[in-house]
Write a protein that binds this ligand. Sequence first.
Ligand code: MG
Length: 261
Amino acid sequence: MIIIKTKEEIEILREGGKRLATVLYKVKEKVAPGISTKELDLYAEKLIREMGDTPAFLNYRPAGAKTPFPASLCISVNDEVVHGIPNKNRILKEGDIVSLDLGLKHEGLFTDMALTVIIAVPGGKINPTNKKLLDITEKALSVAIDAAQGGNTTGDIGYAVESFVHAQKTKLGIVEVLSGHGVGRAIHEDPYIPNFGKPGKGEKLVPGMVIALEPMLNIGTKNVTLDDDGYTFRTADGKKSAHFEHTVLITEGGPEILTKT
Ligand code: MG
């Protein structure tokens, strides 16, 4: 069932989204060679709790999961696509592609956001293929948001993303088994919003809907595998992956990004 948010809920989600973006950009600043993914996770949790809010992913148990998610921040490095589990022994290094995915609960309501960075050092070189992967994935998110107009459908969003990615000269794989989703009263709500689709198909978007849009693109195959930890998705061919996400409100006047500072 798709939940249309009330005016009061939208105000709370706007504030929550702003707080979430503030935290995630601070965590992004900390990403550097030598830091462990667990340190980044604990930093994100500390910032969220200092504001009086709650990390949405910590102890979250998706349908079918054997164990709850053990961290606040999902950190997926290189060939890991999403839902990587932070670890004190996972030390980041120059050239790593690091995806940070964070959810926050503010006054009972949820927002969701992700971004990906390449770890660079002053004077170091950035692999142009990796840079392009990030640029195109981030642009794919903009394309998805632009398509999130009242009256459009979830299929229109998927079609827009798919068309955009296929129009690039690269042959990036669009992850199909994971998708965007409604968000607000729960971290995952209806509708599901795949990053591929057919115009006019799927659920109609109406003002008051709040959705998380999140293209995940791979340098190689679109296929992913799930690790034994039950959470970490990685590319089937070991090539690198990127992920960007915003929580977006559908309004009469167009899409409004809620996860912004
Ligand atoms: Mg999400």
